[in-house]
Design a protein around this ligand. Structure first.
Ligand code: MHF
Ligand code: KIV
Ligand code: MG
Length: 264
């Protein structure tokens, strides 16, 4: 049975954790979906992982559409979520046009990075049939504003703001929330505050789902390895087994462990 946003809502209601992974091509997407991963993310991380850039900013809409098309061919029932690349949702008009392109290429939903300024954009997409994931916390498209890839929501004021933004974006129509690199207690509070399923990366084990970059969980991160990364291939003997081990560990909430988590 194909995974839909309803499936993810049921997971949240039951208190069961679901697994997401990035994938950028047809072969990995087939392996990932056959291993039981619920959500495949065509992340703009492909700008770093596939293209070798030092940020996600150079990624274009044409490139995202190409990778969504590839992933769509290999998919065997996972929910396909596509990142909207840097400045492709700078205006509502641009967001509608560009989201439509990603949906035509095979995406089931889109992900946007930002806070309360995205409310109207999310409403416009949602009202026209495009499910949206709102990405909060460390939003890599803001690396130049953040001055690096830094944990977000560490002080109480920033934490309160993030909770407020998550609630506002849910009210605007967001069907999922993604939290990247936030202290685990804050991610837990946000997961309880919203009805929408919350996916975490570097956000502790109390979110409704987890996501990682595929290459990272296969142990081929180049450069500095973020704290939240675990190499699942190290304990298994094939890519398939590694991905199955990841799905199992997320389901049992043994991943992420303390060592992968940012404290308050
Ligand atoms: N391979 C890969 N994996 C990712 O998870 C990823 C990408 N690429 N590219 C896009 C963004 C960039 N990401 C990053 C990159 C670095 C850190 C990092 O070094 N974090 C520090 C935290 C520093 C602090 O304490 O503030 C860490 O120790 O993990 C985190 C997320 C996540 N995304
Ligand atoms: C790290 C995840 C959440 C992402 O946005 C990406 O892969 O681009
Ligand atoms: Mg991304």
């Amino acid at each position: 049975m194909a995974v839909t946003i309803n499936t993810l809502r049921e997971f949240k209601q039951k208190g069961e954790a679901f697994a997401a992974l990035t994938s950028y091509d047809a072969t990995f997407s087939q392996v990932v979906s056959e291993a039981g991963v619920h959500v495949i993310l065509i992340g703009d991380s492909l700008g770093m992982v596939l293209q070798g850039h030092d940020s996600t900013l150079p990624v274009t809409m044409d490139q995202m559409v190409y990778h969504v098309t590839c992933v769509s061919k290999g998919n065997r029932g996972s929910l396909i979520m596509a990142d909207m690349p840097f400045m492709s949702y700078g205006t509502i008009e641009a967001a509608l046009e560009n989201a439509a392109e990603l949906m035509r290429a095979g995406a089931h939903m889109v992900k946007l990075e930002g806070t309360d300024w995205m409310k109207d954009t999310i409403s416009a997409l949602s009202e026209r049939g495009v499910p949206v994931c709102a990405h909060l916390g460390l939003t890599p498209q803001f690396v130049n504003k953040f001055g690096g890839y830094k944990v977000q929501g560490r002080d109480e004021k920033a934490a309160e703001m993030m909770i407020e933004h998550a609630c506002e974006l849910e009210s605007a129509g967001a069907d999922l929330i993604l939290l990247e690199c936030v202290p685990a207690p804050l991610a837990a509070r946000i997961s309880q505050a919203v009805r929408a399923p919350v996916i975490g990366i570097g956000a502790g084990s109390d979110t409704d789902g987890q996501v990682l970059v595929l290459h990272d969980m296969l142990g081929i991160t180049t450069g500095r390895k973020p704290r939240f990364v675990k190499n699942f291939l190290a304990e298994t003997s094939s890519v398939q087994e590694a991905i199955e081990a990841y799905v199992k560990a997320v389901g049992e909430r043994t991943f992420p462990a303390e060592e992968h988590t940012f404290k308050a």
